[in-house]
Design a protein around this ligand. Sequence first.
Ligand SMILES: *Cc1c(COP(=O)(O)O)cnc(C)c1O
Length: 494
Amino acid sequence: MTTVTPDTSVLSPGVQPEPLLSELSRSGAPGHQLPALDVPEVDDLGGQLLRPALRLPEIGELDVVRHFTHLAQRNFSIDSVFYPLGSCTMKYNPRVNEDVARLPGIAHVHPLQPDSTVQGALRIMFELQRLLAAITGFSGATLQPAAGAQGELAGMLMMRAYHLERGEHQRRKVLVPDSAHGTNPATAAMAGFVSVSIPSDADGNVDLAKLEAELDETVVGLMLTNPNTLGLFETRLREVTAAVHRVGGLVYGDGANLNAILGVVKPAEMGFDCLHINVHKTFSTPHGSGGPGAGPVVVNDLLEPFLPAPLVVQEADGSYRLDFDRPRSIGRLKGFQGHFGILARGYTYLRMHGAEGLRSLSETAVLNANYLRVLLQEVFDLAYDRSCMHEFVLSARRQKATYGVRTLDIAKRLLDFGIHPPTIYFPLIVDEAIMVEPTETESRATLDHFAAVMRQIARECQDSPDVVREAPRHQVVGRLDEVSAARKPVLRWP
Ligand SMILES: *Cc1c(COP(=O)(O)O)cnc(C)c1O
């Protein structure tokens, strides 16, 4: 049995908390050196503006840089550690994406320039619209939404416009499986609808009978994720989408995580009417902590007229322009043309891989997830005993019941080994959930190491549960009050 020792190397420099900037401040320490005045000294700023009460820290530039660099090194990131955060697709962000995004013609264009002066940028957007539509089997696309959740809102507003145009004002109910990402019911509510939760069956699929019981002429549509957020492929998907269509509803696809199906199956052919795509997950742009991202939406012919304006179109002479003349559009959702820098990175990624490459990355993502699933399913319960897609959900219910160790403890213990924890307590329907998404960019050695650490933590739960319950032991701070940290962050000096 291999034993893994906690990795303390991530703790540079030392396990001491970083001092506060105020502690580093030395009164009178020069932060700058200016040449002697060769003009008369004047002071017309006025005491008001100088605000001595600000009490700014007095510290040299190099010390400020080191302070913030040391703080940044405390972060766990995909560039420093394994980061199997389920549903978030923390894959390697290829540096070529960054090179392209920094080209002057991409980084320095202004969103209000005349179309004729930004033909290259418009071409990138036009081709990206087409590539995303081709990958998913749809006919139209908008690149405007800033993130997955805004893509969902775009989709819901288009579905709303579609039903209203047909005079179907009674449609108010959006059906959402209970395994769905929390943004789905929230989006339905934001669009003014009522969301109705549909239970999953014993295999983790949408319960078709329970779905059918909700289907009537008040249904706006169904919001469905496939592979679903349990990492499982919905086996009766065609029946599910056909049932919704039979009552005049539409099917919205949450395509935040397309990593399992690129080049293998197209969502349009599975019966979806529209779908959002998280460029910042599947197509490898840096993400976390709220952005910036990009959540393009692809649609079929029914919803195409309602796409947000403007779209990028190509003229007969081959030139590109922004088309604002879309009378049935739901309007604008985002300033300018969305997050162009992120779109340029996603476009680069798609062009670097090509069709073959995309298919092979999806196959590797699924293989990696299944490899880990098999290595871990003896020591932690598998939520659903099926082969998985790009991620899988374990449960620490056995550890909780037998040794009083919870999923949160296991997640914190992983930090001691220099591993970012998987997603925990999601999906909500799995008790003590641990959702693992390794992605295709990890080596077999990394996967083996993670499995060894998880197995060791499972042994610790049994032999020395306090070690797990008191984790992390090798970090600067222990357990934080995460709610206060998120709700009441201290962001200002002093
Ligand atoms: C990440 C995610 C979202 C939301 O995407 P954001 O870009 O964070 O708004 C929606 N659904 C699923 C399944 C996701 O994984």
